[in-house]
Design a protein around this ligand. Structure first.
Ligand code: ACO
Length: 326
């Protein structure tokens, strides 16, 4: 077997802001109930960043925790990619702000915008640097303040989203070119711009100079989700050269418990292998996969050497999947 360079996840970290917003609290603001939200989505609560807490602050905290887990310091970091749809500013990129706040040396820093699929897209982009030995220590961060995009009069969307951040450290590692290697093993990324109207924000710099509010035809998004995600997962598994049935853990984008279960069922994945944290933090868009991963690494379920399958779908529509061995 020939030696190959792989992008290996060496540390994972997550951060949730202090303030918890329960379903009961939301039911005092809009015409909804705890029962409706739990039954349709599995969500019990979400976190909300403080008014003076921009998304870069959440990203920095998650990144610090991931660096500690990897045994690295900000001085080691030469590449930062932040997946976000709620940046601090229109520019500079949130990644550059994170670089400054962490005190990392001059390196590469930019954002990836693929909404809820952003973390999977960003991992794939980072792989292009790390597995070519162009980065020795990369931070890939999913960070969002989705509550800033909510129309608090729209009960069909405002109950679904929350704020948070998750991060991984990627470092190059030599492998044998087999599925036993540690590192990122396979991807499938997809976008279908014709489905924009199903999920979008009705504001933007070059449209109306507004931030805008998130608009979603939830039941239409739901219809596409299970089919689209299942196809991408199957394609990513084929790209990695593994069987879906051989994965140790399935870590989906945490949007809705019914979608998580629908995808797992369609793919024949046992429910005991599904990491679900949506009840605790709702849909945190690009942050949800690394948050769920950090949670299950920290509670000891996910262990080094195990095979993980990540997937997401979001605005665009975009969707994708990634297979990696920790
Ligand atoms: N509380 C009470 N009733 C509500 C609420 C609420 N919060 N929201 C909607 N309803 C009502 C509707 O008004 C409707 O009432 P009607 O029948 O009198 O018209 C009824 O509930 C059913 O509405 P649906 O939209 O058909 O409900 P559905 O079962 O589809 O559940 C949900 C809605 C939870 C949004 C679901 O469609 C969903 O999860 N969709 C996927 C969303 C998603 O995963 N997005 C991921 C990407 S997010 C991103 O990329 C940023």
């Amino acid at each position: 077997m020939s030696r190959v360079l792989r992008s290996v996840v060496t540390g994972v970290g997550g951060y949730l802001p202090e303030r918890v917003v329960t379903n009961a609290e939301l039911s005092t603001r809009v015409d909804t109930t705890d029962e409706w939200i739990r039954e349709r989505t599995g969500i019990r609560q979400r976190y909300q960043a403080a008014d003076d807490q921009p998304v870069s602050d959440l990203a920095v905290e998650a990144a610090r925790r991931a660096l500690v887990a990897a045994g690295r310091t900000p001085a080691d970091v030469d590449l930062i990619i932040v997946a976000t749809t709620t940046p601090d500013l229109t520019f500079p990129a949130t990644a550059a702000i994170v670089q400054r706040k962490l005190g990392c040396p001059i390196g590469i820093a930019f954002d990836v915008q693929a909404v809820c699929s952003g973390f999977v897209y960003a991992l794939s982009v980072a792989d292009g640097f790390v597995a070519r030995n162009r980065s020795k220590c990369a931070l890939v961060i999913g960070a969002e303040t989705m509550t800033r995009l909510m129309d608090w009069n729209d009960r069909t969307t405002c109950v679904l989203f929350g704020d948070g951040a998750g991060a991984v450290v990627l470092e190059p590692g030599e492998g044998e070119g087999t599925t036993a290697d540690r590192g990122l093993l396979g991807f499938a990324l997809r976008a279908d711009g014709t489905k924009q109207d199903l999920l979008y924000v009705d504001g933007g710099v070059s449209t109306n100079r507004q931030t805008g509010y998130l608009r979603m035809q939830g039941n239409q998004v739901f219809r596409h989700a299970v089919v689209n995600i299942s196809e991408a997962v199957t394609a990513a598994a084929a790209d990695a050269g593994i069987e879906v049935s051989s994965v140790d853990w399935f870590i989906p984008h945490q949007a809705n418990q019914r979608i998580l279960e629908g995808v797992a069922k369609r793919l024949g994945i046992d429910e005991t292998k599904v990491i679900s944290t949506v009840a605790e933090h709702a849909n945190t868009s690009a942050a949800s996969i690394p948050l769920a991963m950090a949670h299950a690494v920290n509670d000891g379920r996910i262990k080094p050497g195990q095979l993980l399958l990540l997937e997401a779908m979001g605005g665009g529509l975009t969707w994708g999947a990634c297979v990696l061995r920790l």
